[in-house]
Design a protein around this ligand. Structure first.
Ligand SMILES: Nc1ncnc2c1ncn2[C@@H]1O[C@H](COP(=O)(O)OP(=O)(O)OP(=O)(O)O)[C@@H](O)[C@H]1O
Length: 449
């Protein structure tokens, strides 16, 4: 990357454009007045930092055009630091922008000095992150909550989590199984002012419906058969800290009502109890399910959704994080070799190639399990593709078109299967093929739906 610091100012007001253009020293300043020219400028000048007015034409009084520009800029260059400007009282737009990956926001009218400081800090952080990525490419990065990544798609997520951690807003993490949702929830807690309080996690899908209420809210002695002593629930135990509700989509409707009441009133009553107990807890929740669809067909209460999801963070699957699979595999080999097989030194080149070519439907959890098993199985100094049980993928074979097509097919199918949660109709729809064609492909590639 060149050393030139380029700042893009996206602002439709000609007066402000002029004022801002001359306000900065030491940066190459580029100015754009609307979304299309902003994108052209991002392509042409690759600014590290962008200040973006959310009210752009043709929606100068709203935020729709600005938010669209934000997402398009970040899709083009995910590591860009975008600072959004919003009008008075536009808290919702600002929150939406942060959830959408904006790095910071400031309230208009513009205070040139204050904005100058935010811009300078953005350049500084951009430079640090670039350096981190360089180190990470050599396998040396660990960030939020011990999370390992060098992928811009994931760095955006960790950045969002770091930004929302200090604010007491509820956060919903959406991602497939094994993408690191719990790790991120813990990272958020550790980065928040509640870090000295407890972090309590509960997997709502793993607890039978009949027990979930008592797990969450606690019970008094004698409240039901088997309630031999008064027990505090997870909500109460998380007092002063963070409660992580994993698989929130699995909470049955009657309990959703009770949860909503707690979120509105911030008091709980244990089962069989008469006393309202105030609890100060921050809620972070997660699910691999499509909550929007659940809300649409009445399986998830909309009012509860809005309470739980002030900020929604989508976590990319491992296959969507460029370069991370190999980086994480190296990390897991180093982490586990001592206990499992001290003779192992690292990964053989065919193993790295096979890892890159695999679709990782089970995400980081699958990767860690495969690597652990492979470290145990490895006979020589290096873990091979065969030890990882990935040798059939064709990744290690010489390149030919048929093999390349098969790899692409496999990768798309496994990703679609993961996204559709194994549902065949859903997978076929995502891939744009018919169900019978999908069945044929699954059979010929020996994949399992
Ligand atoms: N980026 C990462 N760096 C290091 N370890 C990771 C990363 N992501 C996930 N892991 C590890 O992978 C395992 C699965 O992660 P985690 O439990 O957070 O996933 P999850 O999305 O909550 O899964 P589930 O929804 O199935 O509970 C854990 O052992 C976690 O430590």
């Amino acid at each position: 990357m060149s050393d030139v610091k380029t700042l893009l100012i996206v602002e439709d007001d000609a007066g402000l454009q002029r004022q801002l253009r001359w306000a900065y020293e030491g940066y190459e300043v580029v100015v754009a007045g609307d979304r299309a020219s902003a994108l052209d400028a991002v392509r042409a000048s690759e600014p590290q930092v962008v200040t973006l007015d959310l009210g752009l034409p043709p929606d100068p009084d709203g935020a729709s055009e600005g938010l669209r520009a934000l997402s398009e800029i970040l899709a083009l260059k995910p590591d860009t630091k975008v600072i959004v400007a919003s009008g008075n009282g536009a808290r919702e737009a600002a929150l939406a922008a942060i959830a959408g990956g904006a790095w910071d926001f400031y309230q208009k009218p513009i205070d040139i000095d204050a904005l100058g400081l935010i811009v300078a800090r953005a350049f500084h952080v951009h430079a640090l992150e670039t350096e981190n990525r360089r180190l990470a490419a050599r396998g040396e990065a660990a960030g939020l909550g011990g999370l390992i990544t060098a992928a811009p798609e994931m760095l955006r997520v960790t950045r969002t989590i770091e930004r929302v951690a200090p604010a007491d807003v509820s956060v919903m993490l959406l991602g497939a199984s094994g993408t690191g949702k719990e790790l991120l929830a813990r990272g958020l807690h550790d980065a928040s002012p509640r870090r000295d309080g407890p972090f309590v996690a509960i997997n709502c899908a793993a607890i039978p419906e009949t027990l979930l209420e008592s797990e969450l809210f606690g019970h008094e002695k004698g409240a039901f058969t088997g309630a031999i002593k008064t027990t505090a629930g997870k909500i109460e135990s998380a007092g002063g800290g963070t409660l992580f509700l994993d698989e929130i989509g699995d909470v049955p409707l009657p309990l959703q009502v009770k949860l909503l009441r707690f979120l509105q009133e911030r008091v709980i009553e244990r089962i069989g109890g008469r006393r309202a107990i105030p609890v100060d807890v921050r809620i972070v929740c997660a699910t691999h399910q499509d909550v929007d669809a659940m809300v649409a067909d009445g399986r998830f209460r909309e009012d509860l959704y809005y309470r739980l999801a002030e900020i929604v963070v989508r976590i990319p699957s491992l296959a969507e994080r460029s370069g991370d699979a190999a980086l994480l595999a190296r990390h897991f080999v180093q982490q586990h070799k001592k206990a499992l097989n001290p003779g192992v030194h690292g990964l053989a080149p065919d193993a790295t190639a096979a890892i890159d070519g695999w679709g990782w439907p089970g995400n980081v959890r699958e990767l860690e399990n495969r690597v652990k098993r492979a470290v145990i199985m490895a006979e020589g100094k290096y873990v091979t593709a065969a030890d990882l049980d990935l040798a059939t993928d064709g990744a290690a074979l010489p390149i030919n078109l048929r093999a390349a097509r098969e790899r692409a097919d496999r990768s798309a199918i496994t990703r679609a299967l993961a996204q559709a949660d194994g549902n065949i109709s859903g997978t076929a729809r995502l891939l744009g093929i018919s169900r019978p064609t999908l069945y044929d492909l699954l059979k010929s590639y020996d994949l399992h739906g």
